[in-house]
Design a protein around this ligand. Structure first.
Ligand code: SF4
Ligand code: SF4
Length: 363
């Protein structure tokens, strides 16, 4: 029998009644399905490093669907930083799916070329399971999410069945071995103090979801998309608040996340790979949008992040935070990416207009 699929519903930060209603309607419609078990957690991004929510998620060994009020790429890499890893599954649920409108979005069907699915040698093998992240903002109709979750459950069953055939080839060099996420080391973190929480016992008859209660402050920290990161270490040089560090293999890690200055996204603008995500930033490109589908704008992220204006803005933002912290502004004199230092300011062009348009979007 195929393993059950775990559906994790990450609640919104606020108790907005419409948001809570959508979350609870989805949960209610999934309960009782023999192939699915449901867990409800507080806002994924705010979970404490060794808190109840993270421990609960690490205890899920099979494939999972995570619904949150975040872009799927952001949610996937937030999970990764907590040591919850797997191949990234692609959803067929698109913006406006419950309105019947057709939109011209890029094909996102699953592919073995998906960079997030590949093994990154320095970070160890990817566990043989799939993680699908769905953005709760793409539809108002709970049925659209439920339908997609059942499709994913089917996809996972078919995959498990195929793998159980004696002739089928291993998908990642691990054969049928499943690596339990609990055993994976997460990045070091400094924010577990003050966290408290509880976990409801598994429901014996699936009439109730498992609910994780965890209280803690709202958090703000960068999340690295390792499928894009080239380990150039420019963020390490640029950040003057000690947020970044390197691990034993000299790979960039977010070492002191809660040293990050609330609301500031400066280093995401200097990352040449567009690999730094601030999931709660209002600008989609910084918050982890990976296509133009959420905004209707087709955004070239590499151009956006690499724009000369972006560097000036990042330096301004960093200076503002330095001064707010009682330190001296440093301008361009410290940690400015070598590739951009000394470049004359470029004349305003259509890219500047695009950046302004994106910044003005209220999501
Ligand atoms: S600047 Fe970007 S690409 Fe370079 S190490 Fe940091 S996250 Fe990785
Ligand atoms: S936003 Fe600022 S404080 Fe936070 S990690 Fe980036 S450079 Fe450091």
């Amino acid at each position: 029998m195929a393993p059950r699929l775990t559906v994790v519903v990450s609640q919104g930060r606020s108790n907005h009644p419409q948001k809570r209603q959508l979350e609870e309607q989805i949960v209610a419609q999934l309960l009782g399905s023999p192939r699915i078990e449901v867990t409800v957690i507080p806002h994924l991004y705010d979970l404490q490093p060794e808190g109840t929510g993270v421990l609960c998620l690490r205890g899920i060994s099979g494939s999972m669907v995570v619904l949150s009020w975040l872009y799927p790429r952001a949610a996937f890499w937030v999970l990764d930083r907590h040591g919850i890893r797997g191949h990234r599954g692609q959803t067929q649920l698109r913006q406006g799916d419950d309105s019947g409108e057709e939109e011209d979005f890029p094909d996102e069907s699953p592919t073995s070329e998906d960079p997030a699915s590949e093994t990154t040698p320095e970070r160890g093998p990817v566990p043989d399971r799939w993680i699908y992240c769905l953005d709760l903002r793409v539809a108002d109709d709970p049925g659209a999410f439920v339908e997609e979750i059942h499709r994913i459950a089917q996809e996972c069953s078919a995959r498990a069945e195929q793998q159980s055939q004696p002739s089928s080839a291993p998908t990642n060099g691990q054969g049928m071995q499943t690596l339990v996420a609990l055993s994976l080391p997460a990045e070091s973190d400094n924010s577990s103090e003050g966290a408290s929480g509880s976990l409801s016992p598994p429901s014996p008859n699936d009439s109730q979801p498992r609910r994780v209660e965890e209280s803690g402050p709202r958090r703000w920290y960068p999340v690295i998309d390792y499928s894009r990161c080239t380990n150039c270490l420019e963020c390490l040089d640029f950040c003057l608040f000690g947020v970044y560090g390197v691990d034993g293999h000299q790979n960039i890690v977010v070492q002191q996340p809660d040293n990050c200055r609330k609301g500031c996204p400066a280093c995401s603008r200097v990352c040449p790979a567009g690999a730094i995500i601030f999931p709660e930033h209002k600008t989609p490109a910084i918050a982890g949008a990976d296509t133009g589908q959420e905004t209707g704008l087709k955004i070239d992220l590499s151009k956006l992040f690499g724009a000369p204006d972006a560097l000036e803005l990042a330096v301004e933002e960093r200076d503002r935070e330095l001064v707010a912290a009682g330190r001296e502004a440093v301008g361009m004199s410290v940690g400015v990416p070598k590739r951009q230092a000394g470049k004359p300011p470029a004349a305003r062009d259509e890219l500047d207009d695009l950046i302004d348009a994106v910044d003005e979007l209220e999501l």
